[in-house]
Design a protein around this ligand. Structure first.
Ligand code: SAH
Length: 230
């Protein structure tokens, strides 16, 4: 099967490329797309650059130009839920855009007309991930991930996002990738390892834990690739 693996930052896909060892690369639309074979699958791998616009563009290219039939996102996130510690893994059940605000017209936060506040990820991919977590003996949390074009480093903003969307973690790309995959009818999965807790110390924690947390997420995603059918 053709599988897309994407991250937002170089650090999020480097562990994957390092494990694969051999790959080719192609420049397209201001980005680099890596291609490799792994566990009987054809992979296309890229990091989009940070934020909703770049991630939506990269996801679209992976589906339309490279024909990916499934998309797996690997990366890091700020934790909202008190249960999530740095290094823990969370898979998104649903995703929303916390920075969409047309409430002036009476719409709820995060709502875009003719769309919905939440977009759900693929049930089968989440079941597969749960099985893998049991086999690997690791805790895999499942919850709502809120996305926005902001690095959140404030307890107030974090708790507003948590309360408004019942979100467990936040980041800057998941919901835009979800939106693309949902509209193209391609199953997707968003996995994030916690790099910080989105409060006053988020910038320092992020720099400290980006690499180790990105590695945890990448390792899990490659395990999923191994277990995906044709
Ligand atoms: N230090 C980087 C910027 C990182 S932005 C630089 O200077 O270039 C944070 C990235 O990690 C985004 O891709 C986002 O998806 C994720 N992320 C992790 N913690 C986050 C937080 N607290 N708020 C928003 N995004 C976060």
């Amino acid at each position: 099967m053709k599988i897309a693996i994407m991250g937002a930052m170089r650090e999020e896909i480097e562990p994957i490329l390092n494990t694969l060892g051999e790959y080719t690369s192609e420049e397209y639309a201001g980005n680099v797309f890596y291609r490799a074979e792994y566990a009987g699958h054809e992979l296309v791998i890229a990091y989009s650059k940070i934020g909703k616009v770049f991630s939506a563009m990269t996801a679209s290219v992976m589906l339309e130009r490279y024909g990916a039939k499934v998309l797996l996102f690997s990366g890091v996130a700020g934790g909202i839920s008190k249960d999530l510690k740095i290094g823990d893994l969370i898979m998104a059940s649903k995703l929303c855009q916390h920075d969409v605000d047309i409430t002036a017209f009476g719409h709820p936060d995060g709502f875009i007309p003719e769309s919905s506040v939440m977009i759900g990820s693929d049930d089968d991919l989440r079941s597969l991930a749960s099985e893998i977590a049991v086999d690997m003996g690791i805790d895999l949390y499942e919850g709502i991930i809120a996305t926005g074009d902001q690095f959140v480093a404030s307890s107030e903003r974090k708790s507003w996002i948590g309360k408004t969307f019942h979100a467990d973690a936040l980041e800057m790309e998941g919901a835009s990738v979800a939106c693309v995959c949902h509209n193209f009818g391609v199953p997707f999965f968003v996995l994030r390892a916690i790099s910080d807790t989105a409060d006053g110390s988020a910038d320092v924690d992020f720099d400290t834990f980006l690499q180790s947390s990105a590695q945890v997420s990448a390792k899990f995603i490659l395990e999923m690739v191994k277990r995906l059918g044709d």
